[in-house]
Design a protein around this ligand. Structure first.
Ligand SMILES: NC(=O)C1=CN([C@@H]2O[C@H](COP(=O)(O)OP(=O)(O)OC[C@H]3O[C@@H](n4cnc5c(N)ncnc54)[C@H](O)[C@@H]3O)[C@@H](O)[C@H]2O)C=CC1
Ligand SMILES: O=C(O)C(=O)Cc1ccc(O)cc1
Length: 367
C-alpha cells in the first residue's frame, strides 16, 4: 500500500499529478520539492502537497513512490544522484518526461535494477507552465504512456497505476524507442513547425504590418503550442535528436512535393493532397487528449449586443465553471451571432449547458 509519495518538480505536470492523487485519496501524504521555492510554497498553499521538502534528498526512508516531474535534462541528473540515496526497499521511481530513451537508459545504467524505475509520460498538458496552471483533471481521458523495464513486475506497474487512478488517464505500455518515435511525429516535430510558422509571420511583419493583427484567428490556433516553455522544448529536442533528424528530412521532401504542385499549378494533386489530409484528420479520435488537444466546444446563439460575452462568462464564473477559450464565430447570419465556448472536460461542458439554461434563454448546441 502506498502511504507516502515524493514529487520532485512542482510545476504544471508535478502539480497536476499531486492534485489528482490528493483528490482521489487524501490519506496519501505528499511530500514535494521544487528548486524554485515559490512554486513549492504555492503547491502547499493550494493543497497539492502536504509537506515541503527543504532539500532534494531529505529522509526518504518512508517514501513508497517518487515522481520526477522536472524538465528532462534535470530528470537524468536527479536519477544519477538517486543511486546514492537511502531509499525504502521496493520504492518505485517514475518520471513524466516527454522523452523516454535517454531517461530510461540513464535509469538502467545508474539504478541498475536495484531501484525500480518505470518511465512515464502523461500525453496531455498545456503551453502554460507552473503550479498555477496545474489541474487535477489535466490528464482525464489522455493517454498516459508507461515504459516498464525488465526490472519491474506487473505488480509494480499496477501499483503505479493505482496511485495515478485519479488522473482518469488511459494507460498504455510501449518501449522507450517506440515512445520517442511516436511522440517525435505527433508532438515534438509539430512544435518545431509551429515555431517556424511564427518566424515566417514575424519575418513578413515589417513589409506587411497587418500580419500581426490578422494572425489573431486560425493562425493563432495552429501556432498555440509555440507559446510553450522554450527551455522545456529545447531539452526535449536535444533528447530526441535522431528521430527528429529523420522527420526534418521527411518534412523537407514533403514541402518540396507540395511546392511542385503549386509551382506547376497541379490542381488535381493539390486537391488530393488536402482531401487526403482532411480524411485522415477527420478520422482521428476526438475525445482523447494528447498532442492534438481536443477541447469540448459548446456553441451558444447570442444576440449581437455589447456585453453579451461578459454576461455569459459572468454566469459561468458564478457557477465556478472554467473556460479554456471563447470566440465569436465571425460568419454571422441574421441578428444572431454564435459564441463558441471551449472547455477542458465534457463534464464542464455539461455544467455550462445547465448553467446557461438556468440563467438565460440562449440556445446551446454541440457540433
Ligand atoms: N508541459 C506539458 O504540457 C507537458 C510536460 N511534460 C514533461 O513534464 C516535465 C515537467 O514539465 P512542466 O510541469 O510542464 O514544467 P514546469 O516548468 O511547469 O515545471 C517544472 C518544475 O520543475 C522545477 N525544477 C526544475 N529543475 C529542478 C530540479 N533540479 N529540482 C527540483 N525541481 C526542479 C521547476 O522549478 C518547475 O517548477 C517535463 O519533463 C516535460 O517534458 C509531459 C507532458 C506534458
Ligand atoms: O499544449 C499542448 O497541446 C501540448 O502539446 C502539451 C504537451 C506538451 C508536452 C508533452 O510531452 C505532451 C503534451
Amino acid at each position: 500500500m502506498v502511504k507516502k509519495v515524493y514529487i520532485i518538480g512542482l510545476g504544471l505536470i508535478g502539480g497536476s499529478i499531486a492534485l489528482s492523487i490528493k483528490q482521489k485519496d487524501p490519506s496519501i501524504h505528499i511530500l514535494g520539492f521544487d528548486i524554485n521555492e515559490d512554486q513549492a510554497n504555492l503547491a502547499k498553499r493550494i493543497g497539492a502537497i502536504d509537506e515541503i521538502a527543504t532539500k532534494l534528498f531529505p529522509d526518504l526512508s518512508s517514501v513508497d513512490m517518487i515522481f520526477l516531474s522536472t524538465p528532462v535534462q534535470q530528470t537524468t541528473q536527479i536519477i544519477e544522484q538517486l543511486k546514492s540515496e537511502q531509499l525504502k526497499k521496493d520504492v518505485i521511481v517514475t518520471d513524466v518526461g516527454s522523452t523516454k530513451v535517454k531517461i530510461v537508459e540513464c535509469a538502467n545504467q545508474h539504478l541498475n535494477g536495484k531501484i525500480k524505475f518505470i518511465g512515464g509520460h502523461p500525453m496531455a498538458g498545456s503551453h502554460k507552465s507552473g503550479i498555477l496552471a496545474a489541474k487535477p483533471h489535466l490528464f482525464e481521458n489522455a493517454f498516459y504512456i508507461l515504459t516498464p523495464s525488465q526490472y519491474v513486475t506487473q505488480n509494480d506497474v499496477d501499483l503505479l497505476k493505482s496511485v495515478l487512478e485519479g488522473t482518469k488517464a488511459n494507460f498504455i505500455e510501449m518501449t522507450p524507442n517506440e515512445h520517442d518515435e511516436v511522440t517525435g511525429v505527433i508532438s515534438h516535430f509539430p512544435h518545431i513547425v509551429a515555431a517556424s510558422l511564427v518566424y515566417q509571420a514575424k519575418n513578413h511583419e515589417e513589409q506587411f504590418p497587418l500580419v500581426k493583427r490578422l494572425a489573431a484567428g486560425g493562425f493563432r490556433d495552429i501556432t498555440r503550442i509555440a507559446s510553450s516553455s522554450p527551455s522545456m522544448w529545447r531539452d526535449i529536442l536535444l533528447h530526441n535528436k535522431e528521430p527528429l533528424l529523420h522527420l526534418f528530412d521527411e518534412w523537407i521532401s514533403e514541402m518540396e512535393r507540395v511546392k511542385a504542385f503549386v509551382a506547376n499549378e497541379e490542381a488535381d494533386n493539390l486537391f488530393s493532397y488536402f482531401q487526403y489530409a482532411k480524411n485522415y484528420r477527420d478520422g482521428l479520435p476526438e475525445k482523447q487528449k494528447g498532442a492534438i488537444p481536443s477541447f469540448y466546444d459548446l456553441f451558444v446563439d447570442v444576440p449581437d449586443y455589447p456585453g453579451v460575452i461578459s454576461e455569459i462568462t459572468g454566469y459561468l464564473a458564478k457557477e465556478k465553471i472554467s473556460l479554456t477559450n471563447i470566440r465569436i464565430i465571425e460568419t454571422r447570419e441574421e441578428i444572431y451571432g454564435v459564441l463558441r465556448l471551449s472547455f477542458q472536460t465534457e463534464r464542464d461542458r455539461e455544467l455550462a449547458i445547465d448553467c446557461i439554461n438556468k440563467y438565460c434563454a440562449y440556445e446551446t448546441f454541440i457540433m
